[in-house]
Design a protein around this ligand. Structure first.
Ligand code: C5P
Length: 213
């Protein structure tokens, strides 16, 4: 079973995807981390042809070593670099195979990102599109970062999330929209446990319907 979980920055999709993966005993890929790794690799290069060429080269050679510095990759700064390289079509194309190979492993997988249900796995068995109010998203992300011992400027974080969402939604190569067959789950008023129960109910319901039950 392949489960696609998409949604804007800090909407809770990663937490939900991890919960779904645990519930259904499936491997989980946070595809945002791939874009963060590519973005992080070009953080010291000024915008221009070199920035683009290096981003494409990293995307083409991406492996586990690029994903090891988790502390740096989860930072708000890495998120901004990720959204800058995500607008480069060749970067997206280079990473498609990695993501589709992951999804195609025996038994299936859970992938979360922006374009899983639309571009990476349009035939996914179950698709969720997660949303939440922007201020709620910011507060959740702030607490995640603080739990890791990082200090957070909430005003700055809010604007970084807004900037990323605006760039992601305007990205002509991004595939970032709700697929017609995706289920919308607004988690603004839900805690993690309630959101996860709702997501499991959606997946179970989708699978039952597909099985004709
Ligand atoms: O999900 P996360 O916030 O970690 O993603 C970081 C950035 O990577 C996003 O803002 C977006 O620009 C990009 N991304 C993407 N497609 C994906 C996953 C992430 O464009 N499937």
């Amino acid at each position: 079973m392949i489960i696609a979980v998409d949604g804007p920055a800090a909407s809770g999709k990663g937490t939900l995807a991890a919960g779904l993966a645990q519930h259904y005993r499936l491997p989980h890929l946070d595809t945002g981390l791939l874009y963060r790794a590519v973005g992080w690799s070009v953080r010291e290069i000024a915008d221009g042809p070199e920035f683009e060429a290096q981003a494409i080269a990293t995307a083409q050679a991406l492996d586990a070593a690029h994903l090891s510095d988790l502390e740096a990759l989860i930072s708000a700064e890495a998120g901004i670099f990720a959204s800058r390289v995500a607008v480069i079509d060749e970067v997206r194309v280079a990473m498609r195979t990695y993501q589709r190979d992951f999804a195609g492993q025996p038994g299936g997988a859970v992938l979360d990102g922006r374009d899983i249900g639309t571009v990476i796995c349009p035939g996914a068995d179950a698709k969720l599109f997660i949303t939440a109010d922007s201020k709620v998203c910011m507060e959740r992300r702030a607490r995640q970062l603080e739990a890791r011992g990082l200090s957070v400027d909430r005003y700055g974080l809010y604007h970084q999330i807004e900037e990323r969402n605006a760039r992601d939604m305007a990205n002509p190569h991004g595939g970032f929209y709700k697929a017609d067959d995706a289920h919308l789950l607004d988690t603004t008023l839900l805690d993690i446990e309630t959101s996860l129960r709702a997501a499991i109910a959606i997946v179970d319901g989708t699978m039952a319907r597909k099985a004709g039950l």
